[in-house]
Design a binder for this molecule. Structure first.
Ligand code: NAD
Length: 266
């Protein structure tokens, strides 16, 4: 996809991976809606980006992605403001085993909802002009994390949903490529959650072993996850891909057995 002049919506854009995505997209001439529940961090992020990029090329939208109304509003505001939509990064996520039902709502339900709303705007079936959706999962979407069973469940859900809806898109001619990124540990504020008993509940006891895992496997810079995003945006054949990003192997893909049943339409 040629990026110059495109419009992107990035959730969880106030900090961490989402902010790095937004920055990189702006650098490539994409207009970006920065969507985040954290109003003060979002405004601060917008202000910082405005120092480097044309202020008219980004907009900050306060939105709790866990609220269907707020998420729909964020998409509406983005298209009203920029006039179109080409790229959606469903990136917002939390690591909270204590409030596990909200974790499911943010990490999985809102990614599903964000994909469906994105398709309403972008699918050729609805008169849209196609586009790319990137759902951010985690290596915990492929391997089990004993310190985060619900986080693991949500990220496995994101991977399964994305693989399936990508096939649906291809078979139905939506013209929208849908892929997922599964990073290992990334240096963002989210990593601190494992040291927070209030968030981890009974899994707080794993904090030292998680610290050892980070030491052993290393912690990635968000810049490498941005490279993964750019690869997905630029390589037109990628659809339903599960991109893993680790310190030892860099950007690579999970290879699954071919689907036993490949339904056909018509
Ligand atoms: N950091 C890691 O080690 C790591 C590894 C693999 C995957 N991930 C995934 O990457 C994504 C981004 O994580 P990060 O590391 O940048 O985390 P982060 O905590 O640094 O940033 C997450 C952003 O999402 C926002 N957010 C949280 N809940 C929200 C909600 N309900 N509505 C709108 N915005 C909300 C936060 O305010 C924050 O700005 C998440 O889905 C996370 O699960 C992170």
């Amino acid at each position: 996809m040629e990026l110059l002049g495109r419009v992107a919506l990035v959730t969880g854009a106030a900090q961490g991976i989402g902010r790095s995505f937004a920055e990189a997209l702006l650098r490539h001439g994409v207009k970006v809606a920065l969507v985040d529940v954290n109003g003060s961090a979002g405004e601060a992020c917008k202000k910082a980006l405005d120092m480097e990029f044309d202020a008219a090329c980004s907009v900050f939208i306060t939105c709790d992605v866990g609220s269907p109304e707020q998420l729909k509003y964020a998409f509406r505001k983005t298209t009203d403001y920029f006039g179109s939509l080409d790229i959606v990064c469903n990136n917002a996520g939390v690591n909270n085993e204590n409030d596990w039902e909200r974790t499911i709502n943010i990490n999985l339900t809102s990614v599903i909802r964000g994909t469906y709303i994105a398709l309403e705007y972008m699918s050729k079936e609805n008169g849209g002009k196609g586009g790319v959706i990137v759902n951010v999962a985690s290596l915990a979407g492929i391997f089990p994390a004993p310190h985060g069973p619900v986080y693991t469940a949500t990220k496995h859900g994101v991977v399964g949903f994305t693989r399936a809806i990508a096939l649906t898109s291809k078979l139905s001619g939506y013209g929208v490529r849908i892929n997922t990124i599964c990073p290992a540990f990334v240096d963002t504020p989210l990593l601190n959650s494992v040291n927070c008993e209030e968030m981890m509940g009974k899994y707080y006891i794993f904090k030292d072993s998680v610290a050892k895992l980070m030491q052993h496997y290393g912690v990635l810079e968000p810049a490498l996850i941005v490279q993964g995003l750019m690869k997905i945006l630029q390589e037109e054949e990628l659809n339903g891909a599960v991109m893993k990003i680790t310190k030892s192997k860099g950007i690579h893909f999970e290879n699954y057995e071919a689907s036993l049943i490949q339904p056909e339409l018509k």
